[in-house]
Ligand binder design. Structure first.
Ligand code: KQY
Length: 364
């Protein structure tokens, strides 16, 4: 039975574990909307199959699908991937999905944040988003997990935790007037502390250049382990990403985590600019209220948007000269995981990457 609780996680002894803690499995949502995914979403579906298959080498994967796509998804996905009907507006499980909490005694619950499609009517990416907003409640019902309903607009990709009391985020996103205009920075910290259990915040300024999420942290920086943060980097001072990454480096270099540690930064050089081609742009339906995909636009490509699963890490690659070094560097710093690259341009074309389309459910 799944109950909606009227308490808050911290008071109940629950906190958000790090992504690198043990998982029960991974949740994803199936892509289909033709105003975001080109060519009837067929290339994206193949890439989602590749991501789900890669993760399923390490842990169970559940794919939520809209009713009309159930048979197609079931047919395209390997049998070890569970396919369940979960109506949704698009496929960004990291952002519209739940954030799970544990109490260290074997119990798991989830947080259901308010979702407004990355900005609602002030720069949001599509309309409506009502089905997305119900996804966490449906996951709670399917799993029989109790749910905390948090009255704050927040996407899972806008925060990272180290599992030891520290939260990493960006001002560009969390302080954006299209999320929680009535809350101050301090009030946002207070709500997030109460729900995630953290006591220390590391605020970066901006995220990746042209990131349509308003700078989600999961595209620019992530914890590899407590005290070690991977950061998307460029050596090119003329690249529009340079001041963003340099500012993040400066802030991280001066930060202390909840345990009083300084942060070690692992630079992961970004791929060369990834630009939307005319053919890619023409494959996307044009719909009022949905962000267009214009030929010539630079996409927010980053290797940091990878996903850690039990014994593995699934990393986006772009057929780029920097791919090999990114994989090698991440592998070198995660010796207990097998790093797997998945060609991810099709996900990037939709506005995010592998981390954005996955959500871990921790082990109890
Ligand atoms: O987390 C993300 N990067 C999601 C982006 C949503 C894109 C919708 N077009």
């Amino acid at each position: 039975m799944a109950t909606t609780l009227s308490t808050i996680p911290r008071d109940d002894g629950f906190f958000v574990p790090a992504e690198y803690a043990a998982h029960k499995g991974t949740w994803m949502l199936w892509p289909e909307r033709t105003d975001n995914w080109r060519n009837g979403a067929k290339p994206a579906q193949k890439t989602f199959v590749a991501v789900a298959s890669a993760i399923s080498q390490f842990e169970p994967v559940t794919m939520g699908v809209n009713r009309s796509q159930f048979q197609n998804a079931r047919q395209m996905l390997p049998l070890q991937i569970r396919v369940v009907e979960i109506s949704n507006n698009d496929s960004w499980m990291r952002d519209c999905g739940p954030t799970f909490v544990i109490n260290g005694k074997g119990d798991v619950r989830l947080i259901d944040w308010d979702f407004n499609a990355w900005g609602g009517l002030t720069g949001g990416l599509y309309f409506p988003w009502d089905l997305d907003d119900l996804v966490p409640q449906k996951v709670a019902e399917i799993e029989g997990i109790d749910r905390y309903k948090a009255r704050i607009v927040l996407e899972g990709g806008s925060i990272h935790v180290d599992g030891e009391g520290t939260l990493l985020t960006t001002e560009e996103c969390l302080l954006n007037e299209n999320r929680n205009p009535n809350l101050s920075k301090k009030e946002i910290e207070d709500v997030l502390s109460a729900y995630t259990g953290v006591s220390e915040f590391i605020w970066l300024g901006a995220g990746i250049f042209n990131d349509e999420t308003n700078g989600h942290v999961d595209n620019i920086a992530c914890f590899i382990r407590p005290g070690l943060v991977a950061l998307s980097w460029t050596d090119d001072h003329n690249d529009p990403q340079y001041p963003r990454s340099k500012d993040a480096l400066d802030r991280l270099s001066h930060a202390k985590d909840a345990k009083g540690r300084s942060i070690e930064v692992l630079k992961i050089h970004q791929p060369d600019p990834v630009i939307i081609t005319p053919e890619e742009s023409e494959g996307v339906d044009s719909v009022d209220g949905t962000l267009p995909r214009n030929a010539g636009d630079r996409m927010a490509a980053s290797y940091i948007n990878f996903y850690m699963c039990n014994g593995g890490a699934v990393v986006p690659v772009f057929d780029d000269p920097h791919d090999a070094l990114a994989l090698e560097t991440l592998q070198g710093h995660m010796p207990d995981r097998r790093v797997v690259g998945v060609a991810a341009r099709e996900i990037l074309l939709g506005g995010g990457n592998i981390h954005c389309i996955t959500q871990q459910q921790p082990k109890g």
